[in-house]
Design a protein around this ligand. Structure first.
Ligand code: P6P
Length: 326
């Protein structure tokens, strides 16, 4: 018998002691938005949804039409949930609140509505990434939004590819669901996913190699010498999904152009770091844990390395050795 994500969420909410069902109702908003985005992406080659929207987002990036659609879908579907106090999106400079008292909302949802969207026109996997925090009554809304990743109550992503897969964790393991288009439901495909202890791949944009801090060059050279293969899709959700399933390591180190890293802490690094650790892997900004970073801004960037325990411990050892040798 199949288990849909709604059924799984209901089991989770009982674990969360959230008898009111607001938690599963909230995550139901994300899965609804994901189904809307998936339908649009499936028709991207046909309708007038490809190509640039002609506007720029807060990152100064050319907005793709599907970016805008995905953002509107997430805001529409989640905005209808009373349990939402505020939304934070890569596409919006400021948090989005609704014409109801913020105090009524229990949760804050932080998301990248369509990550990797520059790949849409070449039919490469793209994804939606989300992170859920509780609104803390004793804190201001901004302080609740800027909680460290360790405080996330849930996180996940949807990867739109040959099949559409939702992966999430509510703190009790990582579970994946595959969209069954014949019934329009996400159906459980794997429970309690475990990232392999060690993998065959490293994943990094080697065009930046010359400007990384020395230790990262040493590390990649060591992995090459040990026979690793390189895989880099250039779409974070797809590169992470492969790392979760096959093991290995994904890296976006500091570069000369972006010394604080390129990827965003709140809606890229934190949710994926939460999933990685729930699956037995690790995630670091260079030293320590991504999840322990105290955010200072909703769009702040971070170096982001994530993967299997073996590769991540090896990276920490190489970076420490290089630091001590300086
Ligand atoms: P680069 C896509 O634009 C993205 O935000 C992530 O999905 C991806 O991991 C990264 O940027 C790729 O960046 O500099 O290697 O092209």
């Amino acid at each position: 018998m199949i288990t849909t994500v709604q059924q799984h969420l209901l089991q989770e909410q009982q674990r969360h002691g959230d008898a009111s069902g607001t938690f599963s109702w909230l995550l139901g908003g994300i899965t609804l938005a994901a189904k809307m985005v998936e339908a649009k992406i499936r028709s991207a080659g046909l309708g007038d949804v490809l190509g640039a929207f002609g506007a720029e987002n807060v990152q100064g990036e050319q907005q793709q039409k599907l970016d805008v659609y995905a953002n509107n879908a997430m805001i529409h579907c989640l905005g209808l949930r009373d349990s939402v106090a505020a939304l934070v999106s890569e596409e919006d400079e400021e948090p989005v609140t609704f014409n109801r008292s913020v105090e009524r909302g229990k949760y804050i949802v932080i998301f990248d509505p369509l990550d990797g969207s520059s790949n849409i026109d070449v039919n490469v996997n793209v994804g939606t990434i989300f992170s859920v925090h509780r609104r803390v009554p004793a804190l201001s809304l901004d302080e609740s939004i800027l909680q460290p990743g360790t405080e996330q109550v849930a996180a996940g992503y949807v990867v739109y590819g040959p099949s559409t897969v939702l992966v999430y964790s509510a703190g009790n393991g990582v579970h994946s669901f595959t969209l069954d288009p014949t019934i329009g439901a996400f159906v459980l495909s794997k429970e309690h996913m475990v990232m392999p202890e060690k993998g065959p791949y490293y994943s990094v944009n080697e065009a930046n190699l010359a400007t990384w801090p020395e230790g990262y060059r040493t590390y990649v050279e060591e992995l090459r010498a040990e026979g690793y293969s390189s895989r880099y899709i250039g779409s974070l959700v797809a590169d992470f999904h492969r790392t979760l399933l096959k093991g290995g390591v994904f890296l976006y180190p500091p570069t000369l152009k972006q010394p604080k890293g390129k990827l965003r802490l709140l809606y890229e690094a934190n949710p994926l770091a939460f999933l990685a650790e729930q699956a037995g892997g690790m995630a670091s900004p260079g030293s320590g844990r991504v999840l322990e970073i105290k955010p200072t801004g909703i769009h702040q960037r971070t170096p982001f390395m994530v993967g299997s325990r073996w590769e991540m411990e090896r990276l920490a050892a190489v970076l420490t050795r290089e630091e001590e040798a300086r």
